[in-house]
Design a binder for this molecule. Structure first.
Ligand SMILES: [Zn+2]
Length: 445
């Protein structure tokens, strides 16, 4: 039985008329396989005005990198017909069904690259693909905006707004999440009130309605609150646990740092004159008690038997946590209000400036804070999102400008439905696309 290799690969690559493989070259030394394609047609439709049966002016040699075949890098080559149209007068290259116009990679290669970047840092994905990482960024920056154009936000009602910094302490990005569908809706540079206005415009562009937003979970930023007031008229703000816990943690650290600076003698008298003890104390105060090691446990037990400011600060932080946990269990608004009031009054009487300040802030937003105490589902999500954002930053390492960061955040966190599928996870048999070449249904080869 003889096998027609060209016919076999024409079929395997999902090609059909007018395209077929004319020749296959295998170079085992260079570890590459080259497929040479021809177009049998003498007349083609005009790529611009679609007038049928136009003459071919000339043919231009092009090369595309394709998915590896076994251990070989695979390349497609074709002389692409340039159609000279008598209707519109233009001379344009016909579109090929396996690649986007202008791209030097097949659609399936790009789709695989995109899928890899959902889980791997871009640099690592590029290494696996043996391709320059700048090219991978180009795929991402092409497909993600295309997929977002078709993103549907008509059902969005509950959102979380947060900010993250790209580099330490500078260039901020505001992110907006859908709390129900647990996905990233929008990201933009900056952290002022205009970011919320921009989100509202983007929401409208995706079939959503700013007046339909009922619930906004956010940090204490006055800018976001202003933006919500301006752009989301029916939204009720709630301050999430994650950010308030972080504020209490910062207040505690401020007290401790101040005491270390001004009264370290007192601390050493109470805990012992050993730098290691102080280190165990610092970590013990930051960590959850269930994560303390033996030495941290000893240091923290000693601390609790003292009258140090650090001891009081730690108790205040832990007590606020208890207030939140109780609210989570009871889901009782009145109880939550009463317990928060008690805590605020203790914090105000604590003679610890950072906690007095925190109490005044929380008092001023009392109702929105209580709403956040009872809304534990959203709180957990905001915290989880923060972790995902950190991973996204690592994924963009080396290319962490705002545009790249936002694109990769959408790719990983938006659950976009209109991205090309991973070609290595075939759900359906390969067929030629039914739509125009270059659309986002990449089952063409
Ligand atoms: Zn034309």
């Amino acid at each position: 039985m003889s096998i027609d290799v060209e016919a076999l690969f024409t079929k395997a690559l999902g090609l059909g008329a007018p395209w077929r493989i004319e020749k296959v070259d295998l170079d085992t030394a260079k570890r590459r396989i080259d497929f040479h394609l021809v177009c049998d047609e003498k007349r083609l439709d005009c790529p611009a005005c679609h007038a049928g049966e136009q003459g071919i002016h000339d043919r231009i040699e092009r090369e595309w990198r394709h998915l590896d075949l076994f251990q070989f890098e695979a390349y497609l080559h074709a002389k692409v017909p340039r159609v000279h149209c008598l209707e519109c007068g233009k001379s344009l290259l016909t579109e090929v069904p396996w690649a986007r116009p202008g791209s030097k990679f097949t659609l399936l290669f790009e789709a695989l690259a995109l899928s890899l970047c959902k889980d791997l840092p871009v640099l690592q994905a590029a290494k696996l693909l043996r391709c320059v990482d700048k090219k991978v960024w180009r795929f991402i920056n092409h497909y993600v905006p295309e997929a977002r154009k078709l993103d549907d936000m008509s059902e969005v009602k509950d959102i979380g707004i947060d900010e993250t910094s790209l580099h330490k302490g500078q260039s901020y990005i505001t992110v907006v999440h859908d709390l129900k569908k647990k996905r990233l809706l929008f990201a933009t540079e900056g952290k002022d009130h205009k970011t919320v206005v921009k989100f509202s415009d983007d929401l409208k562009a995706h079939g959503g309605n700013p007046e339909q937003i009922e619930h906004v979970c956010q940090d204490m930023s006055a800018a976001f609150a202003k933006g919500v007031g301006e752009a989301l008229p029916n939204a009720e703000i709630c301050y999430d646990r994650f950010h308030i816990a972080a504020m209490a943690g910062e207040a505690m650290q401020e007290v401790h740092r101040f005491e270390m600076k001004t009264n370290v003698k007192l601390i050493k008298e109470a805990l012992g004159d050993d730098t290691k003890v102080l280190k165990n104390l610092r970590w013990g105060m930051l960590k959850d008690p269930s994560d303390w090691n033996q030495k941290q446990t000893t240091a923290m037990h000693k601390l609790q038997r003292t009258t140090l400011q650090s001891a009081r600060a730690w108790s205040l932080k832990m007590d606020l946590r208890k207030v939140y946990n109780n609210a989570l269990v009871s889901n009782d608004k009145q109880q939550a209000q009463a317990e928060l009031k008690d805590w605020l009054s203790w914090a105000k009487r604590s003679r610890l400036e950072p906690f007095k300040k925190l109490a005044v802030t929380l008092q001023g937003k009392f109702d929105a804070v209580v709403r956040g105490m009872l809304d534990h589902r959203n709180n957990a999500y905001v915290e989880a999102m923060n972790g995902l954002l950190q991973q996204t930053k690592r994924a963009a390492r080396g290319y962490r400008d705002a545009r790249n960061f936002i694109s990769i955040a959408y790719l990983r966190m938006s659950k976009l439905k209109h991205l090309p599928n991973n070609p290595l996870e075939m759900a359906a048999p390969l067929t030629m696309p039914t739509g125009a070449p270059g659309v986002l249904t990449h089952r063409c080869m």
